[in-house]
Design a protein around this ligand. Structure first.
Ligand code: B16
Ligand code: MG
Length: 217
């Protein structure tokens, strides 16, 4: 039996929540009177909510007090949740249901390692909450990716050595976090952006059972 475990990022790996983050941040940018594009939204992928606001305000060259920032963070999340509440199983990314079924059947443990504070709600809507052996999200960590904390906590909760963990990520900061944790990193997306990953895939469709077996050997 394999001694390996898998750790999945959420946004961009299990589901594409980036489009909802974009809509919610764009509404905030509009209300502050500047434009925010989908290309610029790439900068926010895998980044914590607080850091995302800092980046957004930098784009708009807007200075705010801490009280105003807290108010906008709350508003953005309220708006984001209004999109998340409507999500269902049809939004799970291709290849993921088959891979998770395989891991469950083979009794290979898997965890979530996400920056999102809304991760549990999203997994619940996707009917995946009970499938994960451990869930580590933005509420559990003191330091965001590229710090390895989120993945190291996940390994600990799974009872696995970091070197036996395989991380699936779509953000450069996440790949760096996995590498710093001493884990195997599998990146989904543009290999020019996701430099330094052990494996590069273009899409979650490539996360096949054959590949999973290969990764565990
Ligand atoms: P929330 P991941 C990340 O999720 C998103 O990629 C990032 O865009 C977002 O700002 C962050 O979660 C925090 O999300 O506002 O829900 O706490 O890719 O680490 O699963
Ligand atoms: Mg991600």
């Amino acid at each position: 039996m394999s001694n390996k475990a898998f750790i999945f990022d959420l946004d961009g790996v299990i589901v594409d929540t980036a489009k909802y983050h974009f809509l919610a941040w764009k509404e905030l940018a509009d209300s502050l009177g500047f434009d925010f594009t989908e290309d610029q939204n790439e900068l926010l992928k895998g980044v914590s909510r607080v850091r995302s606001l800092e980046i957004l305000l930098g784009i708009g060259n807007v200075q705010l007090s801490q009280v105003e920032k807290d108010k906008y963070l709350q508003e953005k999340n309220k708006q984001y949740l209004s999109y998340i509440e409507k999500m269902d199983t049809r939004e799970i990314l291709p290849g993921i249901p088959e891979l998770l079924s395989f891991l469950k059947a083979e009794k290979i443990p898997f965890a979530l390692g996400s920056a999102s504070k809304n991760a549990r709600l999203i997994l619940e809507n996707l009917k995946l909450l009970d499938d994960f052996d451990a869930i580590v999200d933005g509420n559990d960590v003191s330091t965001a990716k590229p710090d390895p904390e989120v993945f190291l906590i996940a390994a600990e909760r799974l009872g696995k050595d970091p070197k036996d963990c395989i991380v699936i990520e779509d953000a450069f900061a996440g790949v760096q976090a996995a590498n710093s944790a001493g884990m195997t990193s599998v990146a989904i997306g543009d290999p020019e952006v996701l430099r330094g990953a052990d494996y590069n895939l273009m899409s979650t469709k490539e996360l096949t059972v054959t590949l999973a077996r290969q990764l565990m050997n």
